[in-house]
Design a binder for this molecule. Structure first.
Ligand code: ZN
Length: 244
């Protein structure tokens, strides 16, 4: 059987990633939907941890912004400032690692991994049934895992084309059905924005075809202290306490 850990948007928050790894225990593999760096004060550490567990990962907008692969013009001023800080700090090895990440990755048969969406892997937020519908029409895979919005949500497309929305909370168990297609947002490890500050991740049991959503507490104060110490914007320390 395969037990796959799926996560996204770590955003340089090492204490949060530590908590997720120890909560998850042994996994056969990890899939990461991007934005491993940016905003948070531990970009190198987080990238090396994911590389260390052999995670299959795609590039997020912050990963690309930090290494200068995309223009910082499209970022808001807070994100831009954090991208500049991250870019100035990244080590050579991590820079090369981030540069090697593809925008779209087939992680298993009929399964695809992106950061934002399939139609716009780097930038699109899929937060509505309409956007989900457009995406379902653009690819053929049964399963698509994404991140970017920092909001855990599952869109399903039934055989007749009807779109349903599931908002998964801590402990949610989603049994995958054969004739339904899924777009699964893994939420965010390092900067959740759904009002729950706990780190979010998924365990995918491929034998039973079940997804489990988990929320994990971590020492938020440790990350906050480091954000302030490093001179990153204060707002970045404040928001992780509220999950906004
Ligand atoms: Zn992000």
């Amino acid at each position: 059987m395969a037990r796959i850990g799926i996560l996204s948007d770590v955003h340089g928050n090492r204490p949060a990633l530590d908590a997720v790894f120890s909560h998850a225990g042994e996994c056969d593999t990890w899939w990461c939907a991007g934005d491993t760096v940016g905003y948070g004060p531990y970009p190198d550490e987080c990238a090396l941890m994911l590389e260390g567990v052999g995670a299959a990962s795609v590039a997020g907008n912050h990963d690309l912004g930090a290494i200068g692969s995309i223009s910082l013009e499209s970022f808001n001023s807070l994100a831009r400032e954090a991208c500049r800080w991250t870019g100035a700090r990244l080590g050579v090895e991590v820079r090369a690692y981030l540069d090697s990440l593809p925008p779209v990755l087939e992680t298993a048969p009929d399964t695809v991994l992106v950061h934002g969406s399939y139609t716009d892997p780097v930038w699109e937020y899929v937060l509505s049934a309409t956007r989900a519908r457009n995406n379902f029409e653009a690819y053929a895979h049964r399963l698509c895992f994404n991140g970017h919005s920092h909001v855990p949500v599952v869109f399903t497309r039934g055989p007749g084309g009807d779109i349903d929305t599931i908002i998964p909370t801590d402990g949610a168990r989603i049994a995958l059905e054969e004739d339904i297609r899924y777009m699964v947002n893994a939420g965010s490890v390092g900067q959740p924005r759904d009002g729950d500050p706990r780190a979010c991740y998924i365990i995918y049991n491929t034998d039973e075809e079940v997804l489990f959503y988990h929320r994990v507490e971590y020492p938020v104060a440790e990350t906050q202290a480091r954000i302030i110490e490093e001179g990153l914007p204060r707002l970045l320390a404040e928001r992780i306490a509220h999950g906004r």
